[in-house]
Design a protein around this ligand. Sequence first.
Ligand code: UDP
Length: 377
Amino acid sequence: MTFLLGKRESVGQFGASIQESEELVSALENSVMTIVHQIVNVLNWGLYMILVVGGAGYIGSHLVKELVEKEEVIVLDNLSTGYRRLVDEQAVFVQGDLGNKADLEPIFEKYPIQAVMHFAANSLVGESVVNPLKYYQNNVAATLTLLETMLKYNVKNFIFSSTAATYGIPNVELITEDYPTNPINPYGRSKLMIEQILADFASAYGLNYVVLRYFNAAGAYESGEIGEDHNPETHLIPIVLQHLLGQRDKISVFGTDYNTPDGTCIRDYIHVTDLAKAHILALEALLTGKKKTAIYNLGNGLGYSVKKVIETCEKVTGRKAVIEYTDRRPGDPARLVASSQKIYEELGWKAEYSLEQIIESAWKWHQWKGTKWSSCP
Ligand code: UDP
């Protein structure tokens, strides 16, 4: 495990004795910081220390960008799918694994963490079907280790990234949180298992938690310098933009015979910064005691078809796509659109970015990534 202090990182190439004294100063600095944080937190001056697990990933890194403006942030990430350079430099970065107590415990020993936000998971539906062990190990077993460690250190506030995949194939216009969950793949089941574990831990151990069920996260930070980079990429918007940048020959549209107005699937696309803001409101609700437990959908309540998304990408970029219409992709429901009324009423959150703005931000990111990404650490 490696501790890297963002802004406070030391150059450390000046020989053993200088290095030793730097380490001593750094250790002292850390101890003083820890004491200061403890005092501040005891006095509740509003400065909290938050552990963001998976903060180097797509959604986690956007949350960290917003959160560092308000609180002290420690990021734990094993960099299996995330990138160090996506993590805001104001956060403390620790490379390690959430399923490994030897990585977790030093963090809880060292920092007075008040809440944990958990973004680290495998999230490819197809992969979860062929390799469920990976999903139950990484998404369920590792999360249990994290929860166990939190309880050991008496940290009782938890924000969990869940998914619309917990609903399976719903048959309603707008999905509310009380719609029955019935996931149809190991990925969705792994997320639902943790939701159930959280409910049991709340009753038994007094754990406070907010579960956020994301619909289709998309878009990128407004600077265009952090965004989505999956390998392999399976999501519609990045695939269309990669094609329009000349990185793919064509786009495949999976199915045109769905029971929707244009025959293609309808999804609820939500900007990643809107998601990040919802996390911050959820965190505040836990830390102020406004909420003990809650489950919220995060979407914008507007559905867009695959054809509409492609048309909007063409409009935003001024480029024409080559489209191939193919068979349905197994497991795709015709329509998945969230009602986010509950989080609006309880926490005052609603999505602000339109589909066009989502695509504009993603386009900026994909253009930047196409030219500069490879030269970044
Ligand atoms: N889709 C498509 N072609 C692609 C990728 C996705 O037609 O190359 C469709 C997919 O079948 C679904 C919608 O786009 O109906 C959104 O898929 P995505 O994988 O982005 O998100 P999901 O809703 O599956 O989480």
